[in-house]
Write a protein that binds this ligand. Structure first.
Ligand SMILES: [Zn+2]
Length: 274
């Protein structure tokens, strides 16, 4: 049993008995870990806001390879991201980023690049204009999947590698665009608009902090639908972003023609499904 130290972001917490807490943290050096914070419910001031979901903190804990739970010794807050975040859409999109890590990442394998991507996504979500939030979430979904080995194929047929069909048929299960031959026999294809395809390509390859520049709010619904279908096909623990469901009941923000992705009740783009 070794006392280790790592920076991490709190995904969620559960009560443990009357006085303690289990804190689920995505750490930079040890991947996803579950820490027991003894006495955290009895004397919350001991840990301050370091154990709150969205907080980025430095954790000192007794790491045991053969155990699922590790004993927390100390936690110091680095950035209290969620504290004071008053706007519901911003909070919902930030929680969606945590939910994606919780659903897509499995086990204690550390992945520094993935950790840094989460930090970048949360920092961007905290500061970006509200209209950019859906684009940031979609960029994070795409880049997270790519880092985990599921990068949508957009340069050639995901089925056979041949040149693409001009109709832009996308298969979530095959993991990308299709040629005319494969498309003819593939069920469940979505036909992407040229704008949606361009948006997906940029959100996948450009830095997350630029995401708002690459996607018109009115296209977000179309792209998010396709991206979530893709995630469902490749990550069996992903069942759609529950954190964004709270936004569906909200009216559209003044000055926007269409509600942001996550608020859209229907399919807003001109993609067709067959
Ligand atoms: Zn093909």
């Amino acid at each position: 049993m070794a006392l280790v130290r790592s920076e991490g972001i709190v995904l969620k917490t559960h009560a443990l008995g009357d006085t303690s807490r289990i804190v689920v943290v995505y750490t930079r050096d040890h991947g996803l870990v579950r820490l027991v914070a003894k006495g955290a419910r009895k004397s919350p001031s001991r840990f301050g806001i370091s154990l709150e979901p969205l907080s980025r903190s430095r954790f000192h804990f007794y790491f045991r390879n053969d155990r699922e739970l590790h004993l927390l010794s100390q936690a110091d807050t680095l950035v209290g991201t969620g504290i004071g975040m008053a706007e519901l859409p911003r909070l919902a999109h930030s929680q969606a980023a945590l939910e994606l890590i919780d659903r897509l990442v499995w086990g204690e394998e550390p992945h520094a690049e993935l950790y840094d991507l989460l930090v970048q996504a949360l920092d961007t979500l905290a500061a970006a204009p509200e209209s950019a939030l859906p684009a940031i979430t979609i960029a994070f979904e795409l880049q997270l999947a790519a880092l985990l080995g599921y990068r949508p194929r957009l340069d050639a047929c995901a089925g056979c590698g041949s040149p693409l069909s001009p109709e832009r048929w996308f298969s979530a299960t095959r993991g990308g665009l299709m040629c005319a031959t494969c498309a003819a026999s593939e069920p469940g294809l979505v036909r992407l608009s040229a704008d949606a395809l361009g948006g997906i390509a940029l959100l996948l390859s450009r830095p997350i902090r630029e995401a708002g520049d690459h996607l018109e709010a009115r296209r977000a619904g179309e792209i998010q639908r396709v991206v979530e279908q893709f995630l469902r096909a490749h990550f069996h623990r992903f069942e759609g972003l529950r954190s964004l469901e709270v936004l569906r009941s909200l009216p559209a923000a003044p000055g926007t023609k269409n509600p942001p992705a996550g608020a859209a009740p229907g399919f807003r783009g001109d993609a067709s499904v067959r």
